[in-house]
Design a binder for this molecule. Structure first.
Ligand code: GMT
Length: 374
């Protein structure tokens, strides 16, 4: 197939899933055209089946808000028509699904039919999409898609609960490249970070409020009171400065490091003993899946789709949102030397169920259905 993928090109989960999907599809012989405003961060290699088309928004003094959606629509029309795409797959409803709807109408007026598949990733539904500023457009553009997928059953449930959706939503979970995400030999790194054999806790996120990074620090404080431990925080975002200050106020700053945005996150995960995901909202939890693939068990909340990934008592432990005391107790249980090897092995085994090879055929099936539907 000749497939167009529209996504955010950033480190965020939806952009990572879209990029990894495009790479996997290209390896399976499809031609994949990425359409977005800059080179996706994980689109970092050459493949004869991969193409990248940049959306350029011309500046004009009248525009207080550059009309990205219009430039994106025009680019979609151009690429569908000239590259003869079979299907357009947009990741994250806002504004990609409505731009795709507009592109589809323009193409129809030119005698070209293009099926649109929309993948809902999370905050496009649970946070931003519900806002009255966007809800009518989100509802309409989902209903106008020829195929709709969500990354967890919980996100599908929430979409039906809050939006008047008439379409079937197919659940296609996040997936992982197990050749890239596996435990690597990084003992020199571990020795540098935890020279006294301390347990190593890891958190990666975009440091937004939904991630509750403050709870990460408070869990770490509780764990460190009982056992020697270090904490690595990967990523960056709005709450980072506040968290650096809080770490100093809590007097744990010497035992943790903020590593910023990292491309090779699997190298850091390879030295971890426990991954912390105390999110308030998480449609799937790709970051936890990446950790599990590197044999790192997860202490998480029960938010959104996390329980569809993290199996309580097997791959990690689950607590209510905000219950820091319970997460401290759970972390200590998982980190106990009697329990840790079992949790590590189970985390990897669970991650293997989400291997890219198992999940990508589901998207191919969805494309075929959408193409037949138009
Ligand atoms: O986690 C984020 O805030 C980024 C966000 C995104 O849209 O890029 O991630 C969402 O999509 C990921 C890929 O499907 C999911 O694994 C994340 O759980 C989801 N984040 C939230 O629901 C908060």
């Amino acid at each position: 197939m000749n497939i167009g993928i529209v996504c955010y090109p950033t480190f965020g989960g939806s952009g990572v899933v879209a990029t990894e999907l495009g790479k996997a599809l290209a390896q399976r012989g499809h031609r994949v055209h990425f359409i977005t405003y800059s080179q996706p961060v994980r689109l970092d290699f050459f493949n004869e089946n991969l193409f990248y088309h940049e959306v350029y928004v011309p500046a004009y003094p009248l525009f207080q808000f550059p009309p990205y959606e219009l430039a994106l629509t025009s680019k979609m029309v151009d690429i569908v028509q000239n590259e003869k795409l079979d299907v357009l797959h947009v990741h994250y409803a806002i504004p990609h699904a409505s731009a795709a709807y507009m592109a589809k109408q323009i193409l129809r007026s030119r005698g070209i039919q293009i099926p649109v598949v929309t993948t809902l990733h999370g905050t496009d539904i649970t946070l931003v999409g519900k806002d009255a500023s966007f809800e009518p457009v989100v509802t309409f553009s989902i209903n106008q898609s020829d195929g709709v997928t969500s990354v967890s059953a919980d996100l599908r449930r929430e979409t039906y609960e809050y939006f008047a959706i008439e379409k079937d939503i197919m659940v296609i979970p996040n997936f992982i490249d197990l050749h890239r995400f596996k435990k690597q030999e990084k003992s020199h790194f571990r020795a540098a970070i935890a020279p006294e054999g301390e347990k190593l806790l890891i958190h990666t996120s975009n440091f937004r409020t939904v991630k509750r990074v403050e709870d990460v620090l408070r869990i770490f404080v509780g764990v460190r009171e009982k056992i020697p431990a270090k904490l690595l925080l990967v990523g960056d975002g709005p709450d980072r400065n506040r968290m650096e200050k809080l770490a100093r106020d809590l007097d744990v700053h010497r035992d943790l490091r903020f590593l910023g945005k990292l491309e090779a996150v699997e190298e850091v995960l390879s030295v971890g003993d426990l991954f912390l995901m105390p999110s308030e909202n998480e449609s799937f939890g790709l970051a936890a899946l990446e950790a599990m693939a590197c044999e790192v068990p997860v202490v998480s909340t029960n938010a959104g789709g996390i329980p569809e990934l993290n199996v309580h008592g097997v791959t990690g432990m689950i607590s209510d949102i905000g219950d820091v005391a319970d997460m401290v107790k759970n972390a200590l249980y998982v980190l106990d030397d009697e329990n840790l090897p079992r949790f590590k092995a189970a985390a990897r085994a669970r991650a293997e169920e989400f291997a890219v090879e198992n999940i990508v055929p589901l998207y191919e099936e969805c494309y075929r259905n959408a193409i037949e539907a138009v």
